[in-house]
Design a protein around this ligand. Sequence first.
Ligand code: F6P
Length: 413
Amino acid sequence: MTRPSQDTGRAPTDAAPSAPAPVVTGTPGSFARGVLDKRHPALIERVRRATPYPPEQRRALDALLDEITKGSIERLADDEPGADLWRDEPYYGQRWADVPFLWAESFFYRKLLAALGHFAPGPWLGIDPFAPFKNAELAGSKVDDELSALDRLPDLPPDEQDRTLLLSSLWGNRADLGFQLSAGEAGLGDRVQGLVADDSAALWDILAAGVTGGPGEPGGPSSPGKVCLVADNAGPELLPDLVLADHLLATGRADSVVLHLKPYPYYVSDATTTDTLACLDRLTAASGRAAAVGARLRDALGAGRLVLRSHPFSCAPHGYDRMPADLREDFASAALTVMKGDLNYRRLVGDRHWPATTPFAEATAYFPGPVAALRTLKCDVVTGLTPGTLAELDAGTESWRTSGTHALIQVRP
Ligand SMILES: O=P(O)(O)OC[C@H]1O[C@](O)(CO)[C@@H](O)[C@@H]1O
């Protein structure tokens, strides 16, 4: 029997027995290989330039660069806080290119933090190496424009307000600093407005069920219940996520929102509690509707209607099919769980070579409650496309799976 690791406390996987093979980093020329060979070394360089780390940390960054480019996977040092969580992982001694992509990326971020002393008692404890990039982005004028656009929202009919805020949260997922790093000078391609899958009607139906008396609640309004919003990136993605959370609370679609955050810096710009508080400050310091949203969210936090959660499994190198019991209970008791972003999508359906027409409901059958994915496409993994859509996409630009130009909303009720 394989031992559980990363505190899942569960059997290694609940994926369907017929699930296809996991994505492995190795294939030369593949998207995953590019992340390993180009994105990670470039990130080490950017982190080194952004903060004046002392010699010890600089040497540790050199060693990490050496390890990922020439060496094999080494364990965390025995005295690294939390190293025990990673002790039983099966890939040590192998080449970085030969292990599952999801695992390799997650462990890379964990090793980067170890190199920088992020978890070690001392002056660098808790310092976010990505904060310089996150802060610059949050302070940018693009964010000002997005926030002032909120003032035009009341001019729209209610269902268009719903759609605008949902799409703004969805497209906010392009704000991923790791991804922008690869897009480089060329910048991000234009958005393709038509979604490759759009189950948004099902999403609003689920949220309306609690308000109007859904199945099992004949005859009248019931409590709308809890929505779990599993956040992805900070700043320009988290802001519209927070605005959406406020909208769900204000319109009675949710009586509480549990915002799942990362317990430590991860995948460059993933949102932590610090990032959430920074967004709340950005909202309340704005004018007009943005400031009112910020004030309501602060009140909601104080009243326990907006709950922040940072489960260790949020940074685990595994799919949600291996989630531990307490996280499963949280999702099971939600009227809806909304998974934001590309990485959460990979973890939700499984980072596997799914045929793109595999039903989303099949890949997520293990999930303990209604679940929605809001994601721009930034990796090879996709499910739930119709054969017609797939044929159309394949006949278009080659990079539709990874360029962040396409997006989807998928729901499993
Ligand atoms: O921030 P997101 O949307 O989870 O994207 C994470 C990015 O990192 C990757 O996981 C690869 O590094 C891509 O799938 C994606 O570009």
